[in-house]
Design a protein around this ligand. Structure first.
Ligand SMILES: [Zn+2]
Length: 46
């Protein structure tokens, strides 16, 4: 079982990004390119 079942995550390339709540994950979904760029991540690597 996962210990953080309520914690949304997103996968960005090799990075797993954890969010405190669905709202933050939703924000990330809508601003993924900006967030990824700000953190120096590749926007996508699928
Ligand atoms: Zn949050």
């Amino acid at each position: 079982m996962f210990t953080v079942a309520d914690q949304p995550t997103r996968q960005v390339g090799s990075h797993t990004v954890y969010f405190c709540c669905a709202a933050c994950a939703g924000y990330f979904d809508e601003h993924q390119a900006e967030v990824a760029q700000a953190r120096g991540w590749k926007a996508q690597a699928l």
